[in-house]
Design a protein around this ligand. Structure first.
Ligand code: SAM
Length: 287
């Protein structure tokens, strides 16, 4: 669409009533409806290729590393011996890319509702998955993540919920029922992490998830990272476990990180520890 006073075409996010971000479309590469949602892939000079679902930014080539590194390396290195990982959502392949960089991970089940997202991201944003879909350790299941979690035998060391916001198909992934099934699907000492929106703008979403986590897990909190295109301040990631993985000292995280031999652009063991330090307005959103 056009925005008065600005040159070119723009995509404006319809996420909030009083606040919106717009991204300039230098070139539209793909714009179509899947069975579940409208998908666009376009180029923007600052962020590279951008994928939106129903006009909400899902991922960009430029800043996805922050989101994907923080939702994978934090739980996997805190766990210390993760062999079986489940990703719910994650259709662009960025989460699988980062999980599979851990050679100790033997099996990844990725449950994505929309085959179209996988297909179009593989074609138009191949840098996101960087070959992850061809890794024999990845089992891609096209299904509703909530239905999968209800049925699965589980045994996952880490479950990562890389969902859209709680509107449309992603809504079921923010329910107490889903969280309960996810907890049951964790192996002893397992960790559940979730994308929980930007607390400054989506505080209720975090409060609801944290209320559910507190009822389910001995250790329930959130951690933070700032991702430029998830506008409005830092994004919150839910963290739930019955184990003591949050207490792993930075020296041990540093040893595990070095042993993993992974190069990162955002994650460091110090950032890992610091991400759990919460400002007052976020703490107050946690019941
Ligand atoms: N990082 C983004 C954000 O914060 O908004 C989300 C990334 S995108 C990969 C989220 C994925 O979740 C989409 O591919 C979408 O199709 C998928 N998804 C939405 N609802 C789902 C459900 N019920 N089960 C499985 N996948 C779902």
């Amino acid at each position: 669409m056009k925005i008065e006073g600005l040159k070119g075409d723009w995509v404006t996010e319809p996420l909030h009533d009083d606040f919106a971000q717009s991204l300039r479309v230098a070139r539209m590469l793909y714009d179509s409806k899947t069975d579940h949602q409208r998908i666009k892939v376009f180029e923007n000079p600052t962020f590279g290729r951008i994928m939106t679902l129903d006009d909400v930014v899902q991922t960009t080539e430029g800043d996805n590393f922050i989101y994907h590194e923080m939702l994978t390396h934090v739980p996997i290195l805190a766990h210390g011996a993760a062999r079986r990982v489940c990703i719910v959502g994650g259709g662009d392949g960025g989460m699988a890319r980062e999980v599979l960089r851990h050679k100790t991970v033997e099996h990844v089940t990725m449950v994505e509702i929309d085959a179209g997202v996988v297909e179009f991201c593989r074609e138009y944003m191949p840098a996101l998955s960087a070959g992850a879909f061809d890794d024999p350790r990845l089992n891609l299941v096209i299904a509703d993540g909530a239905a999968f979690m209800r049925e699965t035998d589980g045994g996952f060391d880490v479950i990562i919920v890389d969902s859209t916001d709680p509107i449309g198909p992603g809504e079921v992934l923010f329910t107490d029922t889903f969280y309960g099934h996810a907890k049951r699907a964790l192996a002893p000492g397992g960790i559940l992490v979730t994308q929980n929106g930007v607390p400054f703008l989506q505080g209720e979403e975090l409060t609801n998830t944290m209320r559910a986590f507190k009822a389910l897990f001995a250790d329930a909190t959130c951690y933070l990272a700032t991702i430029p295109t998830y506008a409005g301040g830092p994004m919150a990631f839910g963290w739930g476990t019955d184990g003591d993985a949050r207490q792993v000292p930075v020296e041990e995280l540093t040893r595990r990180f070095a042993a993993a031999g992974i190069d990162t652009d955002y994650y460091t063991p110090d950032v890992h520890k610091g991400a759990f330090a919460l400002p007052g307005y976020v703490r107050r959103l946690i019941p």
